[in-house]
Design a protein around this ligand. Structure first.
Ligand SMILES: [Zn+2]
Length: 381
């Protein structure tokens, strides 16, 4: 593999590569698809805790959404079908599990959505193991290629990966925090940044929300790392097909460009694969009729006050399960009377109904600096 520069390709070069990989070169160019897997990555951090807090800026979630372009080779471009081939993985860092906020971004979108993964079940991860888990996802064995090496010790062949991101500089900073450098992955052949690809004289650095609006995508639960990774991939594909349509107006009047429908169908497919999606708590992996059992077996150190739930770090033995913590809902206990009041991690000295916790006292909570007294603001640990 030629040396790779781990910075996003410039706009023109990136758009050309994208066009080639997706086979959107029009009739004039011989069809020669570079064979690759797109892997979109999005990292969330605790940027909303006070700056003096030990966990300020810590990575809290990593989302990776992949699309194997071998699965979309047949037929005309079809964004609805392409989106249904996307696979998403959502890691939550167990040592920041107790952190959450009610703050919103300047669009009014809640900054905390770690418990609202829309495309499957979240996975709890240890900080020191996350690097290898990400590398595993970015190293995909190529089953179509024969292995070389000796018969007793065949050498594995891996698929080429084109990394996709939105606003590269931010991700790079956080990757250093989890000791991951893309050089050591060994499969990444190029980097595409949707902010670069979709930039224009009017919007030099367009935000993800703006780009999604241009493609009629109605995002649910932004700022969840894996949701945003899926949306970034949608923007990448949608932008490429839009350019293809404008360059080839005669051949693509009938193209299906409905990304939103594709995402809805993707969620239905995932729900069927993982045991359903609960209409009560919205989580994947169980149906509503099993929600009582689900809540009672998956609630650990969580408190319900009708608005906010604090989620304490889980015991290590449970961290490898793919079950996500349930979402807060005031109706839980009334709908399931047998459930009873949930145990929770708030301090006994806190008044009823108040769930904020003195960080220094939180058992097993985020690393607090000795001697620091933290204010109870609108973030919670
Ligand atoms: Zn449920």
């Amino acid at each position: 593999m030629a040396p790779v520069s781990f910075v996003p390709l410039p706009k023109g070069e990136g758009q050309d590569l994208l066009k080639q990989i997706l086979g959107l070169q029009g009739d004039a160019t011989p069809i020669d698809f570079p064979d690759a897997i797109f892997a979109s990555i999005d990292i969330e951090s605790a940027s909303w805790v006070p700056k003096h807090h030990a966990s300020f800026g810590d990575v809290t979630e990593v989302g990776i959404a992949t699309l194997d372009t071998r699965t979309i080779r047949n037929g005309a471009p079809n964004l609805c079908q392409w989106m249904q081939k996307v696979e998403a993985t959502h890691f939550r860092l167990n040592d920041t599990a107790g952190l959450r906020t009610k703050c919103r971004d300047y669009h009014g979108t809640p900054l905390f959505a770690a418990d609202k993964f829309e495309f499957g079940c979240s996975t709890w991860a240890h900080r020191n193991e996350l690097k290898n888990q990400i590398i595993d996802l970015l190293r995909v064995e190529d089953e179509a290629k024969l292995s070389s090496g000796s018969e007793s010790k065949p050498e594995k062949k891996y698929r080429d990966v084109v990394l996709v991101t939105h606003a590269w500089e931010n991700e790079d900073k956080y990757l250093k925090q989890i000791n991951l450098s893309y050089e050591e992955v060994g499969t990444i052949v190029s980097v595409l940044d949707t902010q670069v690809l979709e930039s224009s004289p009017f919007w030099r650095q367009p935000g993800l929300l703006r780009l999604m609006g241009g493609l009629s995508i109605q995002p649910l639960h932004r700022h969840n790392g894996a949701n945003d990774a899926v949306y970034t991939l949608a923007v990448l594909l949608g932008g490429a097909v839009n350019r293809y349509r404008s360059e080839n107006p005669d051949v693509c009047k009938e193209l299906n460009c409905n990304i939103e429908e594709g995402l809805t169908l993707l969620k239905e497919t995932i729900a069927a694969e993982v045991g359903g999606r609960c209409q009560h708590c919205d989580l994947f992996g169980h149906e509503k009729r099993f929600c009582k059992k689900w809540l009672s077996t998956n609630m650990r150190g969580q408190a319900v006050d009708g608005k906010v739930v604090t989620v304490g770090p889980r015991p290590v033995k449970n961290l490898t399960t793919k079950a996500a913590p349930f979402k807060a809902d005031v109706k839980d206990e009334s709908e399931f009377p047998g459930l009873g009041p949930a145990k929770h991690s708030r301090s006994d000295s806190d008044p009823p109904g108040k769930v904020s916790v003195d960080l220094c006292k939180a058992p097993g909570g985020p690393r607090a600096k000795k001697g620091k007294k933290f204010q109870k603001l609108d973030w919670i640990a």
